[in-house]
Design a binder for this molecule. Structure first.
Ligand SMILES: Cc1cc2nc3c(=O)[nH]c(=O)nc-3n(C[C@H](O)[C@H](O)[C@H](O)COP(=O)(O)O)c2cc1C
Length: 206
């Protein structure tokens, strides 16, 4: 099994998502994996899409010149790494009701026509990551659970689910610690403990 581990929190020492992803990855590594790849999107943010990237992406591979191929190099490297993994662990906090910009930039790099989604004979796009296991480890400062006053403001989860679904990941596991900042200390600690229980279960049985 090959594991790709992605962290996106701008915090290091006190990051909830980094703490939880390390907890989860440690169990996976103890259980044995064939390969382990790590991406820290906060210290190495992916580039944003340029006009050249856009032109290159929609130019058939056989017609790309050296300049267009170079424009897609970073994206191709990310896609190669992603497609080589069996299990993908994405750990990221909520920033301004959505995912961190670095994680959005990563998805802009990996959502690639002809590589992670391919049109079938009828022109419908087929996501290429159907066989991957994806675990999203999130932490939200406030509480967005069903029935909570801010539940409708959670754009993080639907956005990430849509992007994953587009590239073929139909059943990602979301483990969310909440509220980590705008509740009490007890609530924060309970949310982390609950997330750890879920992650332990996923690492052992899922
Ligand atoms: C720039 C920034 C924006 C944030 N925006 C939100 C937000 O919109 N909603 C929310 O509930 N929490 C928000 N938070 C709080 C974080 O989601 C929360 O503290 C989370 O646990 C941080 O994860 P980390 O400890 O892994 O960095 C924000 C935090 C930062 C630093």
């Amino acid at each position: 099994m090959g594991v790709l581990h992605i962290d996106a929190s701008a915090r290091y020492q006190s990051s909830v998502t980094r703490q939880l992803s390390t907890f989860f990855i440690d169990i996976l590594l103890e259980n044995g994996t064939e390969s382990y790849q790590y991406l820290d999107l906060a210290s190495n943010p992916p580039p944003t899409i340029t006009e050249l990237h856009n032109v290159a992406m929609y130019t058939p591979e056989t017609e790309r010149d050296a300049k267009l191929r170079a424009a897609l190099k970073t994206s191709d490297d990310y896609v190669d790494q992603l497609l080589a993994a069996d299990t993908i662990v994405i750990a990221a906090p909520m920033y301004n009701f959505g995912i961190p910009a670095s994680l959005k930039a990563y998805f802009d790099m990996i959502i690639r026509l002809g590589r992670t989604f391919i049109p079938d004979d009828s022109g419908n796009y087929v996501g290429q990551l159907a066989n991957k296991k994806v675990i999203v480890i999130a932490s939200f400062g406030a509480d967005y659970r069903k029935g909570a006053p801010m539940a409708d403001m959670n754009c993080y989860e639907p956005h990430l689910r849509h992007m994953l679904s587009f590239i073929g990941v139909t059943d990602p596991q979301f483990v969310i610690a909440q509220p980590t900042q705008f509740g009490g200390v007890d609530e924060k600690e309970a949310s982390i403990a609950e997330a750890q229980d879920k992650l332990r279960y996923l690492a052992e049985y899922a």
